[in-house]
Design a protein around this ligand. Structure first.
Ligand code: GDP
Length: 469
């Protein structure tokens, strides 16, 4: 029948949605094409669970702290700013408390005499922001765009603005490095009007704050601007009185504690003992710790918390929800895992057949990568960034395997084929992996800075271009 419809395909190939619908009509079936999101909603419906909305009515909603992501051009001071904020403001009287990196933290600040909390996502840059959005999880309420006063608006500044605007997230501009000679904050205010960010003093409604992340200047002013922007533009409320839902920000496999995931509660209250499912991982919350490594028993909306008790590692950006019974959590996770596997297989088949054709037609050469990293957030961010490198149609980059943890012998075995580079991001080779790699001549590269990885891989791709005569 497909041949009759003009589709020259065999049983192992995929066809387009339109062809499927046509085929259905021919065979007297109604074909309904559902998106992964719809499919997931149907899955949850079958358990009488709804995700993404606060239960109850208006009266049940309570104010929650804003969740902030810091974005901007490389070297403009995002990491330094996140460190400074973390150090200068400690919440709940935990003076001198030493924070550990769990992917997000909360700080307290006073506005008009009232103490208020702000949650910061502790992964600077728009990679994490876009990776999360790509999975349908919008975790950020406000974007702080950092611009170095001595450098001005740069390509990634513009990218960050575009991402925030596309997501409909209000922006606060932090003009950083005002301690430096040649710093010109006014010029940056002018430059940014071109991108729709007009400072209040120029008649716009974007708050600009001049800061020095290095010297800790005017950090309070920035925090105040974030709260004022939240109060003016957003109605941040959630129902704390329901089973918790939210998003996993970061996750990794810990040697001693097993899978550890930092989740951001978006509605409801998460408690020790809850049955939880995040993406295709599930478990029972055995322990929760905050950014001070202190045990906590409850996490309310906008609270980031590290959860111990998953049976496998969830993906960064996966949504999570609490269900009444362990069994339900397991069933949801298993159904999602089965669906993901099926989708991956279909994708693989489609990709390979298309690429074979492509290669035969154009002789494209391909650079294959294996990416291993210290947590799922960075692995995804790196993959995202690398696959965006574009040096033309002749060469193509493909990530054939990715994962959290050190580089293993298994990874090297996978790489024993042409043109496979193994990347370790903040991780090293384990066991006999180095020995095997050396013996087999496998190119293993270690990075701890995303931009360095991008530069080198881009150079490798360019090196594969055929010379033009
Ligand atoms: P990121 O790439 O945006 O995360 O930038 P970093 O936070 O790593 O900062 C890049 C460099 O600028 C580092 O050497 C920082 O110490 C420095 N830096 C950051 N903020 C300031 C500042 O306010 N003043 C000065 N003078 N240097 C800063």
């Amino acid at each position: 029948m497909l041949f009759h419809l003009g589709e020259m395909v065999t049983a192992t190939q995929s066809v387009s949605d339109e062809v499927l619908e046509l085929l259905g009509t021919e065979m007297n079936y109604t074909v309904q094409v559902v998106s992964p999101e719809e499919e997931d909603r149907e899955l949850l419906d079958s358990f009488k669970i709804s995700y993404g909305e606060d239960s109850g009515d208006e009266d049940d909603l309570q104010a929650r702290p804003p969740v902030v992501t810091v974005m901007g051009h490389v070297d403009h001071g995002k990491t330094r700013l996140l460190d400074t904020i973390r150090k200068t403001t400690v919440h709940e009287g935990e003076a001198g408390g030493i924070t550990q990196h769990i992917g997000a933290y909360q700080v307290a600040t006073a506005l008009e005499g009232r103490e208020r909390l702000i949650t910061f996502i502790d992964t600077p840059g728009h990679e994490a922001f876009t990776a999360m959005r790509a999975r349908g999880a919008q975790a950020t309420d406000i974007a702080v765009i950092v611009v170095a006063a001595d450098d001005g608006v740069m390509p990634q500044t513009v990218e960050a603005i575009n991402h925030a605007q596309a997501a409909g997230v209000p922006v606060v501009v932090a003009i950083n490095k005002i301690d430096k000679e040649g710093a010109n904050p006014q010029k940056i205010r002018q430059q940014l009007t071109e991108y729709g960010l007009v400072a209040e003093e120029y008649g716009g409604d974007t708050m600009f704050v001049d800061i020095s992340a290095k010297q800790g200047t005017n950090i309070d002013g920035l925090l105040e601007a974030i709260l004022l922007t939240a109060d003016a533009a957003l109605d941040l409320r959630a129902n704390p009185d329901m089973e918790a839902q939210g998003v996993a920000i970061e996750a990794h496999l810990d040697r001693g504690r097993g899978p550890v995931a930092t989740v951001l509660v978006q509605r409801g209250t998460l408690r020790v003992g809850d049955s939880i499912v995040a993406g295709d991982a599930y478990g029972r919350v055995r322990r929760m710790v905050d950014e001070f490594n202190e045990d906590i028993t409850e996490a309310t909306p906008s609270r980031p918390v590290q959860v111990i008790g998953f049976t496998s590692v969830p993906g960064a950006g996966d949504t999570f929800l609490v269900v009444e019974e362990d069994r339900t959590a397991r069933q949801i996770a298993e159904r999602r895992a089965a669906r993901n596997r099926a989708a991956q297989n279909a994708q693989k088949r489609k990709r390979i057949s298309l690429e074979d054709l492509d290669a035969a037609l154009k002789e494209t050469s391909q650079l294959n990568l294996i990416i291993k990293g210290d947590n799922s957030g960075t692995v995804e961010a790196l993959e995202d960034a690398l696959t965006k490198i574009d040096v033309g149609d002749e060469v193509e980059l493909r990530v054939i395997h990715r994962g959290v943890g050190g580089i293993t012998e298994g990874d090297i075995n996978l790489a024993i084929a042409d043109n496979i580079i193994v990347i370790g991001f903040n991780v090293r080779a384990e066991g006999k992996a180095t020995e095997l790699a050396n013996r087999e001549g496998i190119d293993v590269r270690y990075y701890s800075v995303i931009y360095q990885a991008i530069d080198e891989i881009e150079a490798a791709l360019k090196g594969m271009l055929k010379p033009i005569y």
